[in-house]
Design a protein around this ligand. Structure first.
Ligand code: ZN
Length: 283
C-alpha cells in the first residue's frame, strides 16, 4: 500500500496571500492568534489515524510559537519551511527569497535541533520564469521542494507543465527532489484536487480519485491543508465574494472530510519516503 504525503502549511488565518490587500504585515502582531487549537485538532486527527505529516512552517510564526513547533516535532512529524513572512516568490527578488529561506531554516532548526530539508513556497508561487528559486534552495541547503503545482490557474500560481510525480530536478547548483502537490488528470485536463479549497469545495470523490490515480502509477500523492481550514469560527475579513467562497467555503466540513481521507489512505511525511527516486539521499 502506497503511503501518501500529508502536508500542512502552518500559518495564521490572517497570513493568506489573498488577504494581503486587507491585512498589512505590520498588523499581524496585533491580531488574535488561533493556530494553537487548530494545530492541536490536526495533531489529534493524525494521531488517531497513526499518520505522520510534514508541516511547512512560516518563519514568522515559528519565532512566536516555538513550543508549538517543538510539540509537532515531538509527535513525530517533519518540520519544513514555508518561507519567512508569506511573500510570494513572484513578489521577491532572488536576494529577498534567499534571505527568507535562510532565515526560516535557521529559526526552525534552532527550535527543534533537526535539519530542515524541505520547502514550500507561499501560494505555489515558484512559477515558470522563477526557477532561480530552485537553485537558491539547493545553495541554502534544502534537499527537496514541494512548490511546483502542476495545474493551470492563471498567472502567479502553479507550474502547469511540471511532472506530476515525485522527481529529481537537475539544476546548475545540484539536484533538488520535487514533490508536486497532487492533481487529477481527467479528459486530458489537470485539475487541482488534493488539498486546500479544492478539497473543501469539490466533491470528496475528486480528492480520492486523485490519490487513487497516484497509486495506479505506483507513486505517492501529496495532499495539503492549512490549520485555518479546520476553524469555521475564525474572524472573517471583508473580501470580494470570490475570495470569500475560496477561503470560507466548506470550512465546517473539513474535519469530517480529513477524517475520512485519513481512514481511507495511509499517510506519512515527505521525509519518511526513502524508497522514492533515491530519496534516501534527502534524509
Ligand atoms: Zn501559505
Amino acid at each position: 500500500m502506497v503511503a501518501h504525503h500529508f502536508t500542512i502549511d502552518l500559518e495564521e488565518y490572517f497570513q493568506v496571500s489573498a488577504f494581503e490587500g486587507r491585512v498589512a504585515r505590520s498588523a499581524w502582531e496585533r491580531l488574535e492568534s488561533r493556530v494553537i487549537p487548530q494545530v492541536e485538532l490536526l495533531l489529534d486527527l493524525l494521531a488517531r489515524h497513526e499518520a505522520r505529516a510534514t508541516f511547512f512552517v512560516l518563519g514568522w510564526l515559528a519565532e512566536r510559537q516555538g513550543e508549538l513547533v517543538r510539540r509537532i516535532a515531538r509527535a513525530g512529524h517533519e518540520i519544513a519551511s514555508h518561507g519567512w513572512d508569506h511573500v510570494r516568490v513572484t513578489h521577491q527578488t532572488p536576494r529577498q527569497f534567499r534571505d527568507s529561506v535562510r532565515r526560516s531554516k535557521r529559526v526552525l532548526e534552532g527550535i527543534t535541533g533537526i535539519p530542515v530539508a524541505g520547502f514550500r513556497a507561499p501560494s505555489f508561487s515558484i512559477v515558470p520564469g522563477r526557477e532561480w528559486a530552485l537553485d537558491i534552495l539547493i545553495e541554502e541547503g534544502y534537499r527537496y521542494d514541494s512548490s511546483l503545482f502542476p495545474v493551470r490557474r492563471g498567472p502567479g500560481y502553479g507550474y502547469p507543465d511540471a511532472i506530476p510525480e515525485p522527481h529529481w530536478l537537475p539544476r546548475s547548483a545540484g539536484a533538488l527532489a520535487e514533490f508536486p502537490p497532487s492533481m487529477l488528470e481527467l479528459w486530458g485536463l489537470r485539475l487541482p484536487a488534493a488539498g486546500g479549497a479544492y478539497f473543501r469545495l469539490f466533491p470528496y470523490a475528486i480528492a480520492r480519485a486523485a490519490l487513487r490515480q497516484c497509486e495506479s502509477r505506483g507513486t505517492p500523492g501529496t495532499f495539503y491543508i492549512h490549520p485555518w481550514e479546520v476553524d469555521p469560527e475564525q474572524p472573517r475579513f471583508n473580501v470580494p465574494w470570490s475570495t470569500r467562497i475560496r477561503h470560507y467555503g466548506g470550512l465546517r466540513g473539513t474535519v469530517q472530510r480529513l477524517d475520512r481521507l485519513l481512514a481511507e489512505f495511509r499517510f506519512t511525511s515527505i521525509q519518511a519516503t526513502p524508497s522514492l527516486v533515491g530519496l534516501d539521499q534527502v534524509a
